[in-house]
Design a protein around this ligand. Sequence first.
Ligand SMILES: Nc1nc2c(ncn2[C@@H]2O[C@H](COP(=O)(O)OP(=O)(O)OP(=O)(O)O)[C@@H](O)[C@H]2O)c(=O)[nH]1
Ligand SMILES: [Mg+2]
Ligand SMILES: [Zn+2]
Length: 349
Amino acid sequence: MSIIDYGWDEYFYTEYNEKLEQGMFPARIIADYGQTLRAATDSGEILIQRPLNKNGDGMQIAVGDWLLVQYDNNAKANLICTVLKRKTKFSRAAAGIEVREQIVASNVDIVFLIQSLNRDFNMKRLERYMIAAWDSGAIPVVVLTKADLCDDVESKKAIVYETTPGVEVHAISCVTGEGIEEIRKYFTKGKTIALLGSSGVGKSTFVNLLAGEELLKTQGIREDDSKGRHTTTHRELLLLPDGGVVMDTPGMRSLLPWEADEGMEIMFGDVEEIAGSCRFHDCSHGNEPGCAVREALESGRLEERRWKSWLKLQKEMAHLEAKKEGKLRFKEKQAGRHFAKFQKELRKH
Ligand SMILES: Nc1nc2c(ncn2[C@@H]2O[C@H](COP(=O)(O)OP(=O)(O)OP(=O)(O)O)[C@@H](O)[C@H]2O)c(=O)[nH]1
Ligand SMILES: [Mg+2]
Ligand SMILES: [Zn+2]
């Protein structure tokens, strides 16, 4: 087993050559247990402590990251020297009140956006995942699980094709094996695939099937509301026996993309164009004359559901941007205060 199996390639080699100093070696983060991280290196797996940073903004380290590590003789521990520039990153706004980017998956080549065909099927959610996926730089593929529990697979697939034009869509069942062989073709040596989706859709079950053994814990969904039980609690990269790397992740409750530039354009470019062509540039799309949105909704050119989706997302993204700006201003103010204090100190001497 070498780091090439884990996806080490030309891209990272070039990055590494630029930063390399004596004693440093490459390692890929394969599991995140909070304070402790597990990494794969050319000479086996190692544990590394997450570096401390006071305000939490310093060095963000995510599963999938490639690092340069050095063994420190005094500390008798492996220390992180640097995080190599990420090839791709799938990010969302972290849950909770703090305004923070959470990197869900780093350096993945393909993201499987997973929904189950019975209880979790939701196009509004899929649109959000797609936006974040397009912005991540990885290739998105939609995987619909539990085909054995659904009797209109083809019509559900058609709905997905319409929501995500140009994206591959697969329906699978880990119970009957339907669609599994077809999906195995994505797993090739050195390529990383992340499994993303709500709790209970069968991500860990799928990994176990690919691995051919029960590596990960899985659990039935709740009877009362069909929600998952959040069985997987940390992100983890696993090497598959036939080559390829798969990342299992904990089910996400909500997803607000951290950034939505390219993804928004791909998923909602047409809606933005319509909304931008109203007669009044500050049109509220209510009763104003010359409202292109109302016209498009009436003529059926714009689907009501998509319009509502976009409006809601737009509002949440604007709110996120405002919070990001607020945080920036706060930091600038803090820096300004430090500077003023520093100058005062100088004048004293
Ligand atoms: N009928 C059916 N059940 C499935 C299939 N795949 C998974 N399940 C079941 O769905 C339940 C949830 O599966 P998990 O693999 O734990 O789901 P998960 O996505 O990893 O959930 P979290 O770890 O909570 O994010 C388990 O009871 C599985 O046995 C499938 O193809 N068909
Ligand atoms: Mg799981
Ligand atoms: Zn309008």
